[in-house]
Design a protein around this ligand. Structure first.
Ligand code: FAD
Length: 552
């Protein structure tokens, strides 16, 4: 008897599992149920059709049920929702959305790949015509039709997460005037605030209005357009179209009703083989609770890469191979106009919440050799364990070379590497691509200087407390550089004259030294410490401090 495997959800995780299963078992009876009209579509590409950057809608539909039948012998049933699972009988009940026809289907193994549902906040007046979420092709079609039919000129994006910012960028590209409303004091919460700040500036630079820490209290009717958003501070923002992008939650209803164990995060609980609390039911993708790859804590991390890899692992296990999932690092990237922002591992909030000791260094190296045309600065932050030097997380923002650096650090974190390893990594180099000391090496070296006790660092947010405690802020940049801004109260002593002016400095107070990026001030700290001064280098220096000072 061939094995009968039913898969609920026919996109990233579900379809990866289905096709891998077929490659492993030519004779299995594999049925994929998909509630929507399309399977195997590119959800990650949806925002880019809104702005016309992916001009051809057809490109978003990667495979059709017919093709999947021809090539992979898969029985793919679109427009078919699985309503219930009977674990005792090992059957599911499915209903065709259009005909209403119901059927009961037997399984040997069942894979839940139901994904995540868009969160709709309980904001009064939300969910009216012209308000959309963006998860499916019909959602995207709805936005496109509405914009065209109503000649929409203004858009409000609720939520400054990855999808919200992609939608904002693309609606702006389409010519709409866009406002992003975010209840938190920053966009992109996986990034720490001083890093997200670069993205906020970029949005403003392109004319996107940003309302931070100022949530929508209600939506009211508008004479024209979709509605008027009334914000917490009373500001009224009329919008012809509203995109709701405030996050997702695991679509775990089917699993819950089937009595499967649900984790504390709300995702379906699975073991490392991605098996649920029922050994014949497996689950993958946005619907599951994963183990965070750095903190080891339960988490819901909805990303396409993990969903695809999990699909493959489940298929391996069902086909008799012993395959294990090793946790999710949350490696993510987004383009916002000319900037790329990327992140991996844990940020400061998560590390603090999980009680993980950490230290951070900030750098502002060039994407490639500064003397070669086109080099762009990268704001790079690396988080590591202060004793072991183990890498815990990294964030980067810049115009060029950002994804490469975060991918290298993601690989290093996955491999359990330390800052010493980063300093030693041999990465490819020629002037158009990098530097002989790549930003990755520099980050490792800067962190080593901290763990080896060559320098103490201060973070941007520690400046007020240090100054209040009597620290003297020393700016070792050249005087002309101070025209672009200063840290209030700082004394100017350029690095080149520091040794001649040591007698001007107090020996009893802590010296908080900065330059533009932290490199010259590190040199200054080495001079000062060896002359008996108490010194701290402001990591990331003026660039990081200034980024963090931007008004919301
Ligand atoms: C606009 C957008 C942009 C994104 N961009 C990125 C990106 O750039 N990078 C990235 O890593 N991730 C991105 N993601 C997230 C990524 O798409 C998801 O993490 C990934 O698709 C999850 O795969 P999945 O198989 O778990 O769920 P999905 O791909 O969402 O598939 C789940 C499917 O299950 C179906 N389903 C649910 N319940 C039932 C039922 N009872 N019966 C039948 N069918 C059911 C749903 O209709 C859905 O089609 C983006 C997501 C969106 C929406």
């Amino acid at each position: 008897m061939p094995k009968r495997i039913l898969i609920v959800g026919g996109v990233a995780g579900g379809m990866s599992a289905a096709t891998r299963l077929r490659r492993l078992d030519e004779f299995a009876d594999i049925v994929v149920f998909e509630r929507g009209p399309f399977v195997s579509f590119a959800n990650c590409g949806l925002p880019y059709h809104l702005g016309g950057e992916i001009a051809d809608r057809g490109k978003l539909i990667v495979q059709s049920p017919q093709r999947l039948k021809q090539v992979f012998k898969l029985d793919v049933r679109a427009n078919t929702e699985v309503l219930a699972v009977d674990r005792t009988a090992k059957t599911v009940t499915a209903r065709h959305i259009i005909t209403g026809e119901e059927s009961t289907e037997r399984y040997d193994d069942l894979i839940l790949a139901t994904g995540a549902a868009a969160v709709m906040p309980p904001t009064p007046g939300l969910r009216r015509a012209g308000h959309f979420t963006l998860r499916t092709i019909p959602d995207m079609d709805g936005v496109m039709d509405w914009i065209t039919k109503h000649s929409a000129k203004t858009a409000l994006v609720l939520g400054g997460g990855f999808i919200g910012l992609e939608a904002a960028e693309q609606l702006h590209r389409r010519g709409l005037t866009v406002t992003v409303v975010e209840k938190n004091p920053q966009v992109l919460t996986p990034l720490d605030p001083e890093m997200a700040s670069h993205v906020q500036l970029e949005l403003k630079k392109h004319g996107v209005r940003l309302e931070l820490s100022n949530p929508v209290e209600r939506f009211e009717d508008a004479k024209t357009g979709a509605s008027v958003a009334v914000l917490a501070n009373g500001t009224r923002i009329p919008a012809d179209v509203v995109i709701v992008g405030v996050g997702v939650r695991p679509e775990s209803k089917l699993a819950k009703e089937a009595g499967l164990e649900i984790g504390t995060s709300g995702g379906v609980k699975v073991n490392s083989r991605l098996q649920t609390s029922d050994p014949h039911i497996w689950a993958v993708g946005d619907v599951i609770e994963v183990t965070h790859g750095v903190t080891g804590t339960p988490a819901v991390i909805p990303l396409a890469g993990p969903a695809n890899r999990q699909g493959r692992i489940v298929a391996d296990n069902i086909a008799g191979q012993d395959s294990h999932y090793r946790g999710t690092l949350g490696t993510a990237v987004v383009r916002v106009f000319d900037l790329t922002a990327a992140v991996v591992g844990a940020n400061e909030v998560l590390l603090a919440k999980t009680g993980t000791p950490f230290q951070a260094v900030h750098l502002h190296p060039n994407s490639h050799a500064g003397y070669f045309p086109g080099a762009k600065p990268i704001a790079l932050k690396v988080l590591f364990h202060p004793e072991s030097g183990k890498l815990l997380g990294a964030q980067a923002v810049g115009e060029d070379g950002v994804n490469k650096r975060i991918d290298v650090i993601a690989t290093a974190i996955f491999g359990g590497m330390t800052i010493d390893d980063l300093a030693e990594l041999e990465l490819c180099y020629a002037p158009p691509f990098g530097s002989a000391k790549d930003p990755i090496n520099l980050a490792g070296m800067a962190a080593q200087n901290v763990t080896e006790g060559l320098v103490s660092v201060a973070q941007w947010h520690e400046v007020p407390a240090l100054v209040a405690a009597g620290a003297v802020v020393i700016d070792v940049r050249e005087p002309g550089e101070r025209d672009g801004g200063i840290i209030p109260g700082s004394r100017s002593i350029p690095l080149g004259s520091l040794r001649d002016r040591l007698n001007e400095l107090p020996k009893d107070a802590e010296l908080l030294v900065h330059c533009a990026s932290g490199q010259r001030s590190y040199n200054a700290c080495r001079v000062l410490v060896q002359h008996g001064f108490k010194c701290r280098n402001l990591t990331g220096s003026f660039k990081t401090w200034k980024a963090a000072q931007q008004p919301a």
